[in-house]
Design a protein around this ligand. Structure first.
Ligand code: NAI
Length: 704
């Protein structure tokens, strides 16, 4: 059992002990109910204190049990909370560190609550597409008031215990302990006090008996509904949070609980909830590498060097400075350093101006930064990240130099986005120390980090960089070596489809609108304008040499020949007013597309939004299937993480492969076969990947 029971004098202490956060798995739930029974059967026990061992009171449901029968097995959490409420002796929750989700709901079933200052209190279920399902929506408003409770439930964000304790009229905590160290002692004192108080058999207080009203009733909930609609357009759960809390104000407690239950179960079956739960697990799974066990020894990373102070070098450095890790940037010339450091300082200053960063933090971070033009100044760095020009000759010179100067055991990383990492590793005599760290632009903002594992990259290097990624708050996904790695290799196919769609009859605005309605932050053409159309042009020019048989639309090349490189020059697929990012359709571009179509002898056809979305998204899916099959990605969920965190794929769809699973792989394959028959598309590309064919034949999904 993962809850301990012991008696100290006249108080029984039940301690949840299910590391890391005392998740309320079956064994823990059983531990609580068994402890309650023991305490009630023991005449020496006058009251019970319920607390958590280690780093939490309780973090809520046990994620290891997600989706398994154990999650619902009796006693389920509702039954445990009922057992606490019905306990004949007072139960005091002693809350510290973390009380979230089911953990907070459990404490709300207790007769009394005492919290240590600094504890994070939250009902985060909305982040998984759910509402709290064990009474949270009915009990929290009764102790905090409707507005404070609804804010917590709709946002899912943690609030510190001492903040909540200050809310006027709050009944969440009967007492705030003076410090985490004295929590247990003070909880025992409270338990003795309330045991004496109820020695006369007076009823124990229950949250369910408290009133729940809002003075402006309907008007308030209408306001809340409007707020939530604007914030969460693709997710049903936040609106249900409002409904459930409203039910708490209108229905009797038991009826409100039934309403909450019904909403909870209905939400569980929505694709949005499945997508969020998938991503929650996928993000955690991404840090695990099948053949690199968790106890693999790691190297110490205390000093970092970055080569190149350009767009990427600056952003990469900021990540480490933000995490308190000193960085030395090396450039060829002092001017380049000054420019790069100026940009970084400017970024921090903008954050200070917006009130997102304090001035002393800026000073502290910039204080950790050193610059140099001399390799001797970086030779003792533990990790060096190269972010120089994307040219194999330049990379060769840099890595040969690094091999010469860096101390033994230093990790040598490249931020290359297209070059062969194995080749880069071979420039050194220590390929086991070389790894790719592919950051995304802007590198100080984007969460995704592709960790590129070369054929010879050491396991300890992999373990180390995955841990470093966590430290600098990146979501790291491992990719094998191939052109474009996971993300860019897939986006190339998506871009190609965008081109064919123009040739066949679409305007850029129509394509962008369709995929943005699907949920992408930005369609391919607005995205091209933002990133710079010249980047894709350079890649295509290379492809025309490498893969002369590969079919491409030439429209994007024609656009580039007109110098329409995108936002940076004020014109691309769209026009841009100075300082503005609004994309304004341009008649000349549309005429250019029409003329190109005519030159190719194509009669334009009307293409539905559905076809646009399917061709764009399924092109990602087919390429992803090849990537999985080749072992470039370790698992399907890694690819979903790449697309959600690096490419603006709609979160409520759960990533391209989760989306394909939801559509049904049979249907996806049928669509691919239809696209194969389109003479203007690329029939060879649309041959469904063997993995998809196999999964369909076996009745399986990408994500199990
Ligand atoms: P950039 O042109 O902005 O910066 C490159 C910097 O490296 C320049 O400041 C240059 O002076 C410096 N440099 C060149 N050779 C050097 C040498 N031998 N020693 C020291 N410094 C040297 O380029 P950017 O965009 O920052 O790209 C850098 C790397 O990051 C490239 O490999 C690129 O493919 C990769 N990358 C770029 C992304 C982007 O969106 N810009 C995204 C992901 C990766």
């Amino acid at each position: 059992m993962t809850a301990e029971y012991k008696v100290q004098g006249d108080i029984a202490l039940i301690t949840l002990n299910n590391p890391p956060v005392n998740g309320l798995g079956l064994a823990t739930r059983l531990g609580i109910t068994t402890g309650l029974e023991q305490a009630q059967a023991d005449p020496a026990v006058k009251a019970i204190v319920l607390t958590g061992a280690g780093k939490a009171f309780s973090g809520g449901a046990d994620i290891k049990e997600f989706g398994t029968p154990k999650a619902l097995a009796e006693p389920n959490l509702l039954s445990v909370i009922l057992a606490v409420e019905n306990c004949s002796k007072p139960v005091v929750a002693a809350i510290h560190s973390v009380a979230m989700g089911g953990g907070l709901e459990l404490s709300l079933g207790c007769h009394y609550r005492i919290a240590a200052p600094g504890a994070n209190i939250a009902l985060p279920e909305v982040k998984l597409g759910l509402i709290p399902g064990a009474g949270g929506t009915q009990r929290l408003p009764r102790v905090l008031g409707v507005e404070a409770a609804l804010n917590m439930i709709v946002s899912g964000e943690p609030v510190k215990s001492e903040m909540l304790a200050q809310l006027p009229g709050q009944k969440l905590f009967d007492k705030l302990a003076s410090s985490p160290d004295t929590l247990l002692e003070e909880a025992f004192a409270l338990a003795r006090e309330v045991a004496a108080k109820h020695a006369d058999g007076s009823p124990l207080p229950l949250v369910r008996h408290l009133p729940c009203k809002h003075k402006d009733g309907d008007a308030y909930f209408q306001f809340a509904r409007n707020m939530v609609k604007g914030m969460a357009k693709n997710f049903p759960a936040p609106a249900k949070c409002v409904d459930a809390v409203e039910a708490a104000t209108q229905q009797k407690f038991d009826q409100g609980m039934a309403t909450e239950r019904e909403m909870f179960i209905n939400l569980m079956w929505t694709p949005e909830c499945r997508a969020l739960r998938h991503l929650f697990m996928a993000e955690r799974a991404a840090s695990k590498i099948p053949d690199v066990p968790e106890d693999t020894p790691q190297r110490k990373i205390e000093k970092v060097a970055v080569i190149g102070a350009g767009t990427m070098g600056g952003g990469i450095s900021m990540n480490f400075l933000n995490a308190g890790i000193p960085v030395t940037i090396l450039e060829m010339k002092q001017e380049a350093l000054d420019r790069g450091v100026g940009v970084m300082r400017g970024n921090y200053e903008a954050q200070v101006k917006k009130g997102k960063l304090k001035q002393d933090k800026l000073d502290q971070r910039m204080g950790l930064l050193k610059t140099t033009v001399d390799y001797a100044d970086i030779q003792d760095a533990d990790l060096v990240i190269e972010a120089v020009f994307e040219d194999i000759g330049v990379k060769e010179a840099v890595f040969k130099k690094l091999d010469e100067v860096m101390k033994p055991g230093a990790i040598l990383a490249s931020n290359t986005s297209t070059l062969d990492l194995n080749k880069i590793a071979a420039f050194t005599k220590r390929p086991q120390d070389v790894v790719g760290l592919h950051f995304f632009s802007p590198a100080n903002v984007m969460k995704l980090l592709e960790v590129v594992r070369g054929d010879k990259t050491g396991k300890d290097v992999m373990a180390t960089v995955m841990a470093v990624a966590k430290k600098i708050k990146k979501t790291a996904v491992v990719s094998g070596v191939c052109d474009g790695f996971i993300g860019n290799r897939m986006i190339e196919q998506y871009g190609r489809q965008g081109g064919f769609l123009l040739d066949e009859g679409c305007t850029p605005a129509q394509v962008d609108r369709a995929i943005e309605k699907f949920g992408f932050a930005m369609g391919p053409f607005r995205m091209g304008d933002l990133a710079g159309n010249d980047i894709g042009w350079a890649i295509r020019k290379r492809r025309y040499q490498e893969k002369p048989d590969m079919k491409y639309s030439k429209t994007a090349d024609l656009l580039c020949e007109k110098g329409r490189f995108g936002q940076k020059v004020g014109k691309g697929w769209y026009d841009y007013k100075p300082g503005k990012r609004d994309a304004i359709p341009n008649a000349e571009v549309e005429q250019m597309i029409v003329e190109h179509r005519q030159a190719l002898g194509i009669t334009p056809r009307k293409i539905s939004d559905e076809e646009i979305v399917q061709r764009l998204v399924f092109s990602l899916v087919n390429e992803a299937a090849h990537i999985l099959e080749e072992g470039i990605a370790n698992k399907a969920s890694d690819i979903d993480v790449v697309y959600i965190f690096g490419y603006g794929f709609p979160v409520h769809r759960g990533g391209p492969l989760k989306y394909a699973d939801e559509v049904g792989l049979f249907n996806v394959m049928q669509a691919m076969k239809r696209f194969q028959k389109n003479p203007l598309d690329d029939a060879a590309f649309w041959q469904p990947a063997p993995l998809i064919q196999r999964l369909v034949a076996e009745g399986k999904n990408f994500n199990g």
